[in-house]
Structure formats: C-alpha cells, structure tokens
Design a protein. Structure first.
Length: 262
C-alpha cells in the first residue's frame, strides 16, 4: 500500500542559530514519504548558507521578501502535494517518529480535520528540556469556551480541508494556528497521539509569544470572537485578565525606572 505523502513547511526569517536543527529534524524522520518546503522571507544572516547545505534534500526552497509568517506558510501550503500538511517553525523541532505516528493516526481515523501530538517538550535555547506540556483538546467548542491554547508543533491537517477553508488567514500574525484550527474543526474531528512527545517547542527570548504579549492576546480574542465565542466565555475573560496583568507589569517596570532615575 502506498503511504500518503506528507508536506512539511518551514517558514523562516533570520533563524540561523536554530534552523539547521529544524531542517535535520525533518530530514531525519523515520517516515520517508515527505515533501519538504522551506519559505524564507529574505534572511540577512547565515540562514541561507545553512539551507543551501541541505538544498539537494529539500524539495522546494523559496527565498524572497514576504508579508510575515502567515504569508510564508501559505506560500508553502499552496505548493503542497501531500495529503497531510503541517508547518514547523525554524526554531522548533520534530522528533524522529513524529510524521510516522501522525500518519498512523490519520490512517485509523480518516474523518479528521486536525491530527496532533498531545505532549510537547518545551526546550530552552540550547535544547535542554524545560517541561513536558500536555494538551487534550476535545473539539471546537472546547477551544472557544474552555481553553484556547493549541499545539501547533506536530499538528497536521488534510490539505483538501486547508484549501476548503482558504488557507491561513494572512491578516493574523500571532495566533494563525488557533484561527486555522477553529475553521478546520467546522469540517471534521480532532485526533491526538498521546503516548509521548513527538515535537520540541523552543522557548527563548526572541519568540513572538515572548516579545508581543498584548498583541498576541488581542489576536487570540479577535480569532475567538470571529469564530463564535461568547464575549462572556471563560476564554475571553481569561484574556482580559492576562491583558490587565500585562499592563500592570509594564506600569510597575516603568514606575521603577522613573524612580531609579530620580
């Protein structure tokens, strides 16, 4: 039986410190029927030197200016030939059995819209384990009303459904994964691989989630409301709380700086 083709897209911009590890994590998968696409937004560091080292093993490389991560992901998805598609950011990694385990899940449950690894290793800048995060997501209603946190690393989607929902929303720069999940889950179920971690999510000071807290929260709130959340849902109230905490923290930092100057 022919194993399904899986397309993996890596959006990248100035991630020379990490991208080799990301590339190797895709190239060294135990599952071999993979189309690999790298979409680089015109990096000015050593990213392309590293990419070119592996270019003969990468199916498509795009190196041009883009309009951000969502635009880069869509460029890759629109060139995808796989039955399943995913993206892995250029500072995160897939563990060797990731694609193999997701394909097994897909073959068991072909009515899915989202297939993902429920356990994700959070790693630091040098790859050391910080913690293992578990995410068990039931359905769209759970994301809208209970907990909006999704696991993008190691989440795979049928290409035909990604096309049906018109790809990633390029107006979203922080929570494009959540918005995509919410739209996909209108068309199918969600299935998770629960046995062990199959991806590593890198936590370091340069990630967008570290540098743009309130913008991130604003994007999440917008995506939730647009996809059907009540203004009084627990998820929305949680966003208001986190936004308030962020403002208080900034105020205290600025107050201390002002006090120190005096």
């Amino acid at each position: 039986m022919m194993l399904p083709l899986v397309t993996v897209v890596t959006p990248s911009y100035n991630q020379g410190e990490f991208i080799e590890e990301t590339i190797l994590s895709v190239l060294n998968q135990t599952y071999k029927n993979i189309q690999y696409i790298i979409v680089d937004g015109g990096s000015t560091d050593n990213t392309m030197d590293i990419v070119n080292t592996y270019r003969d093993r990468i199916d498509i490389v795009i190196h041009e200016r883009d309009n951000g991560q969502s635009d880069a992901i869509n460029k890759g998805f629109k060139l995808a030939k796989g039955e399943l598609v995913t993206w892995i950011n250029s500072d995160d990694i897939l563990y060797p059995e990731c694609v193999e385990q997701i394909v097994k899940l897909y073959q068991l449950h072909n009515d899915g819209a989202v297939y993902y690894g429920a356990l994700v290793d959070h790693i630091d800048r040098t790859g050391n384990l910080i913690r293992v995060k578990k995410r068990f997501i039931k359905d769209k209603a759970y994301l809208l009303n209970e907990d909006y946190d999704v696991t993008q690393q190691g989440s795979f989607y049928p290409l035909k459904l990604v096309q049906k929902v018109n790809y990633v929303d390029e107006s979203i720069h922080y929570c494009m994964d959540l918005d995509l999940w919410l739209r996909l889950l209108e068309h199918g179920s969600i299935y998770s691989y629960n046995e062990k971690s199959i991806t590593g999510f890198r936590k370091w000071e340069g990630t967008k989630t570290s540098t743009g807290t309130r913008k991130f929260l604003r994007d999440i709130k917008s995506a939730l409301l647009r996809n059907g959340a009540s203004p009084f849902a627990k998820t929305i109230l949680k966003i208001h709380y986190y936004t308030f905490k962020s403002r208080v923290k900034d105020f205290l930092i600025k107050s201390k700086l002002y006090s120190d100057k005096k």
